[in-house]
Design a protein around this ligand. Structure first.
Ligand code: DQA
Length: 149
């Protein structure tokens, strides 16, 4: 493991990427996104571990388990972004610098997607750049960890 390890968390329904509403989320599969993240991590000389779950508690557990293992988290919490106090509290509780990402621009979509429970406890949010949101999120997190943390 490199000196800087990052956990990438994908929330519910993101396992369907590639076929799920491609006009909204693009045609890149989750495997494709993880592959691009690994390539970028290699370029940045960091390590990424990617995990997808459709279950809120699994995401909470993964955040807890990141303590002492990972220096930062990139999370696309999917629909839990708009509903989960538990994920927000987990991020706040562990205090690991976290970047929130979304494929779509959640502010250009339905009203119920405009609120993120997670936004107040993360360093920042990247929303609307398709699969590139993850790459931008990783770059922003690594820069933050190397310069400000
Ligand atoms: C999403 C946006 C959410 O509103 C939605 O529920 C998702 C994906 C995105 O990446 O654009 O599942 O997080």
């Amino acid at each position: 493991m490199s000196e800087l390890s990052v956990l990438v968390l994908h929330g519910p329904n993101l396992n369907l990427l590639g076929t799920r509403e491609p006009e909204v989320y693009g045609s890149t599969t989750l495997e494709g996104i993880n592959h691009s993240l690994e390539k970028e991590a290699n370029r940045l000389q960091v390590t990424v571990s990617c995990l997808q779950s459709n279950h809120e508690g699994n995401l909470v557990d993964a955040i807890h388990n990141a303590v002492f293992k990972h220096r930062g988290i990139v999370i696309n919490a999917g629909a839990y972004t708009h509903t989960s106090v538990a994920i927000r509290d987990a991020i706040a509780g562990v205090g690991i610098p976290t970047v929130e990402v979304h494929l779509s621009n959640i502010y250009r979509r339905e009203q119920f997607r405009h609120h993120s429970f997670i936004a107040p406890v993360v360093i920042g949010q990247i929303s609307g750049f398709g699969s590139n949101s993850y790459i931008l999120g990783l770059q922003a997190l690594v820069t933050y960890l190397r310069t400000e943390a």
